[in-house]
Design a protein around this ligand. Structure first.
Ligand code: RIB
Ligand code: CA
Length: 309
């Protein structure tokens, strides 16, 4: 079977870091590049964190710095979850890895335009880089195989009652992406809140006894503390890796093809993904919304990826 060729666009971020670890080593995935966007922390910190993970685990994938801020609105970060560095918890050796000189958006455009149209974009942060690429070079629309993203929620949000963080952080960018006409799989809070990294999950992964499993443990033990403090959640939801698990085994998710509208206008519901799961408004479907996840299969996939280090 040919590998799934992807560009991972992320804002590390503890869960983004696990997504990097999974995508970098799985035999069915070819990770062409890691593009980084501001989100969980400032761009300088999210780029540093992507480089730290790659250096720590000898992941030889190029890292590209992208947009430092949303298209229109002011930046928002999630220090209350990911800490001052954006990846608090583990101690890393002094960083020697550097980002590539090319801007992330230019890398996305160049790579897509030179491809046979077989590349999947996997955004796990705000959609600013993806939207900029679509606006700078509209011809990439016909070169993107599909978009598998973490973001949104058919139900309640996590940064406001209405909105999930990645969409809320740049709803204007999200509107561009969701209305692009491309096949989109939305791994939203409806499924990511079901994959909770309980202590027994951490203990299970730690038993692998390699650098990746140790890093997983150190990251998740910090992440769980902030999730408990911020959301009273025991076991943090491991949001971003759901995208990679889906690429590895599509059967891990149940999808509902429906119309999703991004609210980038209202005050109270700004950043909401309005998912018409029952097709009430009879609008054209545009997104495959994940409504169910096989939690046991998900953790088996995570474990199998960490075991590859
Ligand atoms: O709402 C969760 C999402 O926002 C995750 O991607 C997390 O890393 C943050 O980017
Ligand atoms: Ca993220």
């Amino acid at each position: 079977m040919s590998k799934t060729r992807i560009i991972l666009d992320c804002d590390p971020g503890h869960d983004d870091a696990v997504a990097i670890m999974m995508a970098a080593r799985h035999p069915d995935i070819e990770l062409l590049g890691i593009t980084v966007v501001a989100g969980n922390q400032t761009l300088q910190k999210t780029v540093t964190n992507a480089l730290k993970v790659c250096q720590h685990l000898d992941i030889n994938v190029p890292v590209y710095a992208g947009s430092a801020r949303p298209l229109v609105k002011d930046p928002i970060h999630a220090e209350f979850i990911h800490g001052k560095s954006g990846l608090d918890g583990p101690a890393f050796a002094p960083l020697t890895r550097r980002p590539e000189p090319m801007h992330a958006v230019s890398f996305i455009i160049k790579t897509l335009m030179q491809s046979e149209g077989d590349i999947t974009l996997v955004p796990t942060g705000p959609l600013t880089n993806i939207a900029l690429a679509m606006r700078m070079e509209p011809r990439i629309i016909n070169k993107i195989r599909q978009i598998v993203l973490m973001g949104g929620s058919a139900g309640a949000g996590n940064i406001t009652p209405a909105a999930e963080f990645n969409i809320f952080a740049d709803a204007d960018a999200a509107k561009i992406v969701f209305e692009s006409g491309l096949p989109i799989v939305m791994c939203g809070l409806d499924v990511t809140r079901q994959v909770r990294c309980y202590q027994e999950v951490i203990d299970r992964m730690a038993q692998l006894g390699n650098k990746a499993s140790t890093l997983f443990k150190e990251m998740m033990e910090f992440y769980n503390q902030t999730q408990l403090t911020a959301f009273h959640l025991v076991g943090g939801p491991l949001h971003d890796p759901v995208t990679i698990a889906y690429l590895i085994d599509n059967s891990v998710l149940e999808l509902n093809y429906c119309n999703v509208n991004i609210d980038n206008r209202s005050e109270v519901s700004y950043g909401r993904t309005n998912c018409d799961l029952i097709n009430f408004w009879k609008k054209e479907p545009n997104v495959h919304v994940a409504t169910g996840v096989n939690v046991e299969r998900f953790w088996d996939i995570v474990e199998s990826c960490l075991a590859l280090y």
